[in-house]
Design a binder for this molecule. Structure first.
Ligand code: 4NP
Length: 157
């Protein structure tokens, strides 16, 4: 078993989108009993809320189902999650602040590290202030990275 958590700021746009995309790839690869995918936010702004309706709509257009309730990432999450995937550099910095040990820190990665076509330290921009096209761009950015991440996860099984 391997567990992965995507982490953004609000946990209603980017990280639930990335989780929905990776979960579909995991299902497609018949690995759902071996790879657990979840998401969380660094902030408590939206705890208990569903995903942003624009995220749900754009995911639906791409055929990705989503059932989501926002939550905040906690230090204790490092005890049960193997890979903690930050959507942008600010999220990574906040996660590094929560990490207690070198082992915790080693679990933290930036999502776009897993897209070979992406530069180092590349961010998935926050679509929250944007429009539907920005949410579509989020799916376009996270999809190749999730493919790379799935290969990485396979090797850890
Ligand atoms: P996310 O976007 O981090 O991709 O979920 C945001 C959603 C909500 C807020 C900020 C970012 N907010 O301030 O409520």
């Amino acid at each position: 078993m391997v567990s992965v958590a995507f982490v953004c700021l609000g946990n209603i746009c980017r990280s639930p989108i990335a989780a929905a995309v990776l979960r579909a790839m995991v299902d497609e690869a018949s690995l759902a009993d071996q790879i657990v995918v979840e998401s969380a936010g660094t902030s408590d702004y939206n705890v208990g809320k569903e995903a942003d309706p624009r995220a749900v709509a754009v995911l639906g257009l791409h055929g990705y189902p989503i059932v989501h309730t926002a939550r905040q990432f906690t230090t204790e999450d490092f005890d049960r999650i193997d890979l903690v995937i930050a959507l942008d550099g600010a999220n990574r910095r906040d996660l590094l602040r929560l990490a207690r040990t070198e082992q915790d820190r080693a679990k933290i990665h930036l999502l776009l590290e897993f897209d070979p076509a992406s530069g180092p330290d590349a961010d998935v921009p926050d679509p929250w202030y944007g429009e539907d096209t920005d949410f579509d761009a989020t799916i376009g950015l996270v999809t190749p990275a999730c493919r790379g991440l799935l290969e990485h996860l396979r090797q850890r099984l």
